[in-house]
Ligand binder design. Structure first.
Ligand SMILES: [Zn+2]
Length: 359
């Protein structure tokens, strides 16, 4: 009886709120994962570990890439997304050095992850476990930019929005070399680029084309590329993504992107995005402990300086366990055929697909 009364009161309340025009929130705000992870200013001071999937997880023991290095500068610093798994940060620094040796003036670093990962208040379905990084396709200027300049400088749009083809006046052999260098590292499993950029590579790369397998077409990614590395040792709860197909991906799957289908307007642009409804219950349970874990004294104490990983509390490495591959849906809310984690889209069987948010 009591339950019935309470239920009755609850629906009465809902009805009253409805009459007042107030929405009844289906998710209690304090449990919304993006609010909790978005509020974290510092990582955990524990051993590095990625937990969950690229689009549904968190990570511990993150380190920050310094705002400046000899061959890189961090962009949009106010977002506080220069955090990643130490292996990711080390690899970005390595790429910046190797790319400079190849003739690229230095990297402008976009979003990596929040200090403890997790879903973000804005942008990105992935970038949640410290293993994704956005790098601008704009070369680094030869001067150290001020913070204000890093917030306001616009990136170069490399692709014509109508034809979805690369703007030939902007594309250089150094852009190709940068992507080839990034794809050369065994840790890098995928690099997401705009379909126009993938096509440019397909049309122009001669000789070794094996690395094109890792270059994956996706919406957006027209002023930056997105470098994703695999699960790292010491992360038994990190969920691997599907392997990419063995071919260069330049055939039919790429042709699909130059049809009208992928560019249909989103029929339901106001539908809530995954991050808007994701609660702590949707994330791996270990992410609660990540939120609760102590942090370092300062961001500087957790900033990566050339290999000396500043882990305040070194935990023993958990035994490596085999990592199950992600399911076809990739744990993401994107349509299977055009999912950044899934197999390359195939031609045929066209069904209307919503255009997903930027990855
Ligand atoms: Zn990205």
């Amino acid at each position: 009886m009591k339950t019935a009364t309470r239920l009755g009161k609850k629906s009465l309340l809902a009805a009253v709120l409805g009459l007042l025009g107030l929405a009844v929130q289906p998710v209690s705000a304090e449990e919304r994962a993006k609010d909790l992870f978005g509020a974290e200013k510092l990582p955990t001071a524990t051993a590095a570990q990625s937990i969950g999937f690229y689009s549904k997880g968190c990570f511990a023991g993150g380190v920050a890439i310094p705002m400046d290095g000899p061959t890189w500068q961090v962009m949009r610093p106010s977002r506080n997304r220069r955090w990643g798994h130490p292996a990711m940060i080390a690899l970005i620094e390595k790429l910046s050095r190797d790319a400079a040796a190849d003739g690229w003036p230095g990297l402008l670093i976009g979003d990596i992850s929040q200090p403890r990962g997790g879903p973000m208040m804005t942008g990105h379905a992935s970038h949640q476990i410290g293993l994704d990084a956005d790098i601008w396709l704009t070369p680094m200027p030869g001067r150290t930019m001020t913070r204000a300049q890093r917030e306001s400088m616009s990136a170069t749009l490399m692709v014509d929005e109508k034809t979805h083809l690369v703007k030939d006046a902007l594309w250089t052999p150094q852009h190709t070399a940068l992507l080839k260098r990034a794809a050369s590292y065994p840790e890098v499993e995928r690099i997401l680029v705009n379909p126009g950029i993938k096509k440019k590579l397909c049309d122009t790369v001669r000789g070794d084309r094996s690395w094109l397998r890792k270059i994956r077409p996706f919406w957006g990614h027209d002023y930056h590329f997105h470098m994703r590395i695999g699960c790292q040792p010491g992360s038994p709860n990190c969920k691997a993504q599907e392997a990419t197909p063995d071919d260069d991906g330049c055939g039919k799957p790429l042709a699909w992107w130059f049809t009208e289908e992928p560019w249909r307007p989103n029929k339901n642009p106001d539908a809530p995005k995954a991050r808007d409804v994701m609660t702590m219950a949707n994330l791996p349970k270990e992410c609660r402990a990540v939120l609760d874990a102590p942090g370092p004294d300062s961001a500087e104490a957790a900033t990566y300086h050339g290999g000396a990983v500043p882990v305040a509390v070194a935990a023993p490495e958990p035994e490596a366990t085999p990592q199950p591959a992600a399911t076809a849906s990739g744990g993401d809310d994107l349509p299977g055929a055009a999912n950044a984690f899934a197999a390359t889209p195939r031609m045929g069987a066209p069904v209307p697909r919503p255009r997903p948010p930027a990855n």
